[in-house]
Ligand binder design. Structure first.
Ligand code: NAD
Length: 358
């Protein structure tokens, strides 16, 4: 029996998670998926109930689970709180506590949505990239960090980019393993011409690559990678990179596919336990209105099935069900194209479940 911790969070989080849970329940009831769901509070919702965004019981629930399904956290109501109590802090703490060092963000263009991209259809048609971003190290966590006052009286801000070889190796290895079940290509993105730390990154990639002779490896400077992603994105299969570069490049890649409401993510630890969440936030502007696109969260369930629950066939079924809902002409407001009918969160979720049942 796999334990799944469900953390709906704030804003549209509960609405999109409810649809993803319906998908999981359908797989449990009709496809013999052995799962047990347990709910917890996180983010602003947890702050309201317990005075902190990541209560001890939520952390314990997540630690005991094989996988965590998360909606989104944050919203204007909690923006004035001290940094340590802000909803977004809970996410960083959770990733860190669970040792989720590998963040997987696919950028896949569903053919039905080719016209939703800002790039020409022929540039993005068939796009299927996976960005593997290091998630718990690098400049976001490096010490020392801060703002100090110099002898001159001027203030100076500073952060530290640090990676040990083992931190690089574990995420790079994960990228090579995943490339083996895809198109056998890894592009490592660094800034080795300027930053010593990423020179070590490149050396480590070259060393690890020797163990994967069936995977073609390339190296690219981050500035070029940013350009290539919009010039000719289909040249990429798996991209592996640091926390900071991955943060930026994965948002850029996400936009190639049209809507933020379509993009799932997975964050994995050493033993493939994972946190699965849509890449979007809590969208306070549309929260509570049954308008949000639940497909990114439903596709996060597909990633959960593939990476933590080891049910690749069911993952494919969920992805096919999403595709069928799009084929049937259903579009939530974010995918509005002036041609198809615009439907609610609930209706889109129902259509995916109906396709799964068929
Ligand atoms: P956002 O992703 O919440 O919203 C950006 C825009 O995209 C909004 O116009 C929103 O309506 C739209 N959008 C997002 N998801 C959608 C969906 N599923 N369907 C349809 N439209 C969708 O980003 P933001 O506005 O910058 O942030 C809002 C709040 O979310 C902030 O408090 C921020 O800190 C938080 N946030 C949380 C996460 C997370 O929980 N992982 C990620 C990003 C932002």
């Amino acid at each position: 029996m796999n334990k799944i911790a469900v953390l709906p969070g704030d804003g549209i989080g509960p609405e999109v998670v409810a649809e993803a849970v319906r998908v999981l329940e359908c797989l449990r009831d009709e496809h013999a998926l052995a799962i047990e769901l347990e709910y917890g509070l996180i983010g602003g919702a947890a702050y309201e109930a317990h005075g902190q965004p990541l209560p001890e019981e939520t952390l314990a629930l997540a630690r005991a689970a094989d996988a965590v399904l998360l909606g989104a956290v944050g919203g204007p109501r909690w923006e004035a709180l001290p940094m340590a109590l802000r909803p977004e802090k809970a996410l960083l703490a959770l990733r860190s506590a669970l040792g989720l060092f590998a963040n997987l963000r696919p950028a896949i263009l569903f053919p039905q949505l080719a016209s939703a991209s800002t790039l020409r259809p022929e540039v993005v048609e068939g796009l299927d990239i996976l960005i593997v971003r290091e998630l718990v190290g690098g400049i976001y966590f490096g010490e020392p960090r801060g703002v100090r006052t110099l002898d001159t009286g001027e203030r100076q801000g500073f952060n530290t980019l640090v990676y040990t070889e083992s931190e690089i190796e574990r995420v790079v290895r994960r990228a090579f393993e995943i490339a083996r079940v895809r198109r056998h290509r890894v592009c490592s993105v660094d800034k080795a011409n300027v930053l010593e730390c990423t020179e070590l990154w490149r050396e480590t990639v070259m060393r690890v690559a020797c163990e994967y002779p069936d995977v073609a490896v390339a190296h690219m400077y981050v500035d070029n990678a940013a350009m290539q992603l919009v010039r000719a994105p289909k040249q990429f299969d798996v991209i592996v990179t640091t926390n900071l570069f991955g943060d930026i490049l994965s948002d850029e890649a996400a936009m190639l596919t049209g809507s933020i409401g379509m993009l799932p993510s997975a964050s994995l630890n050493e033993t493939d336990r994972g946190l699965y969440e849509p890449i979007h936030g809590s969208a306070p502007d549309i929260a509570g209105q049954n308008l949000a696109n639940p497909l990114a969260t439903i596709l996060s369930v597909a990633m959960m099935l593939r990476y933590s629950l080891r049910q690749p066939d069911l993952a494919v079924r969920v992805e096919a069900a999403v595709s069928q809902a799009l084929d049937a002409g259903l579009r939530t407001a974010d995918l509005r194209d002036g041609i198809h009918e615009t439907v609610s969160t609930r209706t889109m979720g129902e259509a995916v479940v109906a396709a799964l049942r068929a």
